[in-house]
Design a binder for this molecule. Structure first.
Ligand SMILES: *Cc1c(COP(=O)(O)O)cnc(C)c1O
Length: 388
């Protein structure tokens, strides 16, 4: 335990209100707890939230499942290559391997910590089929450069938007930028949560149909259709060996209300980030990259990097914060350092200098809507005391 009498400030906490709880209870009492009317409503609300009726929103039980379904629907398979950033969670890349295709990891742009579009271009081969940008920490990747590059080379684009609700890029919400598929996460520590869950969005009707079929065993109609449709309810057809990736109505009940609160969550997170920025401006730290003027950063993470000349190492700073009763994390240990990825593709840190440099100096501070003033001030005071 930390050597402090003060209560521990965890790295992350969900913000579940009375409306979420009442809706979950209503679901539990309703007799329909798996995918059904609440999930349908959550999906409709999500499309309305994105503000584009041509977007199909499909709820799934995780973003990992959603990324898998997206690549499956795009026909990714053995012999194909998919390019993504080394500076991400393993889920972004592992789904490529589920399908027997190969992952090509590239470095980040040190200014944004998002995928380096020039590195993507340099990594394209005749086998390349798709690119997966990650809107790291909630800041949009350089989609204005990436989308035209992908179009020129005939590549599909699947956005890993696990951090990016709500994020805008060129004034447009992530989810409406014109990639093939975008996938959001509602994991417990994300900007909104359903405990576990995700949303797959696309404007392409054929991709939407395939995702809908494959998320529930390859059945041509989902269980709710069978329950409500006029046709005899026992009849269904299996058209593919699908997966079990549907979201429950219990989870969607939470999602309906979390989504309503999402803009308010973003405003609270942005205000905490701005307080941190101001408080750390004179310290040997690189504060997080800012969005382009007029754009929205979702502020899923507040990532600091130690500047040269700081008197502590990253590990020393994390230990000091922990001793002060403050939880931190590191996003991420780059994939090129993880044994599976390193060994499969014979990767070395020299090939990813910007990701490696950032990783060695970075930590993520607590940033969530339930932080109170006293907690924010304690984090600020502890960082200043350790580095000042
Ligand atoms: C959380 C996360 C995922 C996976 O989300 P789940 O909903 O937990 O499957 C994928 N990519 C990134 C970048 C994430 O942070």
């Amino acid at each position: 335990m930390p050597e402090t009498a003060l209560p521990f400030i965890p790295f992350a906490l969900p913000d579940i209100g009375d409306d979420e709880i009442a809706e979950v209870v209503d679901t539990l009492r309703s007799g329909w707890i798996t995918t059904g009317p609440k999930t349908r409503r959550f999906e409709e609300d999500f499309t309305a939230y994105l503000g584009d009726p041509s977007v199909h929103s499909m709820a799934v039980n995780s973003a990992t499942a959603g990324l898998h379904l997206a690549l499956e629907a795009l026909g990714i398979g053995p012999g194909d290559e998919v390019i993504t950033t080394t500076h991400t969670f393993t889920a972004t890349a592992e789904v490529v391997r589920y399908l027997g295709a190969d992952v090509v990891l590239v470095d980040i742009d040190p200014a944004t910590l998002c995928i380096d579009v020039a590195a993507v271009e340099a990594a394209i081969t005749p086998r390349t089929k798709a690119v997966i940008p990650v809107h790291y920490a909630g800041l949009a990747a350089d989609m204005a450069a990436l989308l035209p590059l992908a179009r020129r080379h005939g590549l599909k684009v699947v956005e890993d938007a696990a951090h990016a609700l709500p994020t805008t890029c060129g004034g447009q919400l992530v989810g409406t930028l014109g990639s093939d598929v975008t996938v959001f996460s509602f994991y417990a520590n994300k900007t909104m949560t359903t405990g576990e869950g995700g949303m797959v969005v696309t404007r392409d009707a054929a991709i939407a149909k395939r995702v809908q079929v494959m998320r529930l065993h390859g059945i041509n109609r989902d269980a709710f259709d069978r329950f409500t449709a006029k046709a005899p309810s026992w009849y269904y057809e299996i058209v593919a060996p699908g997966f079990k990736y549907n979201l429950t109505d219990i989870a969607s009940a939470m999602g309906i209300h979390q989504l309503r609160r999402s803009r308010g969550f973003q405003a609270t997170r942005a205000a905490i980030a701005a307080r941190y920025d101001a408080a750390f401006a004179d310290l040997p730290l690189i504060t997080p990259p800012q969005p382009a003027p007029g754009d929205t950063h979702a502020w899923h993470l507040y990532v600091l990097r130690l500047a040269d000349g700081a008197k502590l190492t990253r590990d020393g700073l994390i230990d000091g914060l922990y001793a002060a009763g403050i939880g931190c994390s590191v996003h991420y240990i780059p994939l090129h350092l993880q044994p599976y990825w390193r060994e499969r593709y014979a990767l070395t840190p020299e090939r990813f200098p910007h990701s490696q440099h950032a990783y060695e100096r970075m930590l993520s501070l607590p940033l969530y809507t339930r932080m109170d003033d006293g907690q924010i001030e304690r984090v600020i005071a502890a960082v200043r005391a350790l580095l000042g």
